[in-house]
Design a protein around this ligand. Sequence first.
Ligand code: SAH
Ligand code: SF4
Length: 362
Amino acid sequence: MKSEIDDILNKSTFSKEDLVKLLSADEQESRKIYERSKAVKAEQVGRKVYFRGLIEYSNYCSKNCLYCGIRAGNSRYIRYEMTDEEVMEAATYAFENKFASIVIQSGERNDRKFIDTIERLLKEIHRMSDGRLHVTLSLGEQTEETYRKWFAAGAHRYLLRIEVSNPDLYKKLHPADRHHDYNERLEALRRLRRAGYQVGTGVMIGLPFQTLSDLADDLIFFRDFDIDMAGMGPYIEHEDTPLYQFRNELLPLRERFLLSLKMVALLRIMMKDINIAATTAMQTIDPQGREKALLIGANVIMPNLTPVKYRQNYLLYENKPCLDEEAEECKSCLEARIALAGDEIGYGEWGDSKHFKRRTES
Ligand code: SAH
Ligand code: SF4
């Protein structure tokens, strides 16, 4: 029988009210959303998955986001920074295994030494791969000058999650100071766009105080900002963070996972040709979480290339998987998992966001 969900899915644009209804759909009705998002993926971006080798460069962070395990205020972790040799080894592994692309992620730092080191590494990676290994950065908020400098040195994509698009909710999840300002984060996204990057953003799902109306607004935010890439995943509490005190008010993990799947599927329907990551946080809740995300709309996966000795110290959230898995094991494991999901790996292909190409060509 035709339901309200069918009627909404047949619309060309979803209103906020539509999105709240879709996000509230029960498991039975959610299948209709997934059928649609699967079809959109197959038609628009193909059943192909692109690898981005993830290098968790350093856990030094000058910020104190209330949800994050590596916040400056947490003294439990030994702070580390990978050496140039270690970064180059990971980048070379990615290049030789035809990953075609890596992501360098880290806690946020704005000092000269950090900025220069990243610039030097970008140039080195460019030289090593003759410009064929693409680099995505995820290094937080920086000045326009820094973003431009890194772009000139060879980075072309940047991931900066808005975390939540509701400014009032943002305030509840961050310390009240000028280093954690919603407008500043938004401005950083605009700077990235001006500097020429393919811009990726995203949110956490299932945070304390977050409502379905907030999540609907997040999807609308992505559409209005006309993003090229997205990375979204469930919020997972971490014992050593201030937000942990609200753990009893959270949705059960399973529901946070299902809501994250629904967010991925809806975004695929709304923004047909962007790149969407199947994030590690999804796998933290469900061992097959990333494959499930690929099946219903995601098309990017990030195998971890961080040296195993550092991984215990880059725990943004608890129960992060694959802490002892070397790059080679991780690659074989993902190959098997992706085959199970029925997708094919785009080895040797950059897998640039089709949306970015269309946006810049028009
Ligand atoms: N420092 C950079 C990049 C590293 S943090 C930045 O903040 O942009 C990368 C992402 O980890 C953050 O954007 C956030 O969305 C996610 N994250 C942090 N703590 C988390 C938690 N407890 N659960 C789920 N995701 C979390
Ligand atoms: Fe630092 Fe990023 Fe964690 Fe915030 S989310 S504390 S900026 S690593």
